[in-house]
Unconditional design. Structure first.
Length: 84
């Protein structure tokens, strides 16, 4: 078990977004798929009809993340694409 902490929800969310959505995204285009953060942001803005301002709120919605070891392994093996 590893614990990653940050005082910034932006840093934490942007660090884990692709891992978390690869693991258990409700959207077919992201679950177990290779995608960029930009792809996910564009998709989220289109799907969230309640977000009338068009603001990407993912970093504010999730206080923490959990991903299993196989997701980290997939990321290290390049299955998620280049990580930055």
């Amino acid at each position: 078990v590893f614990s990653v902490t940050s005082s910034s929800s932006l840093v934490l969310g942007s660090s884990f977004l692709r891992l978390q959505e690869y693991y258990e995204s409700p959207y077919d285009g992201f679950w177990h798929q290779r995608f960029t953060i930009e792809d996910f942001i564009a998709h989220s803005r289109d799907k969230d009809r309640s977000n009338t301002m068009g603001i990407f709120q993912y970093y504010l919605q999730w206080p923490g993340f959990n991903v299993p070891g196989w997701v980290l392994k997939d990321a290290l093996e390049g299955r998620l694409g280049p990580l930055r």
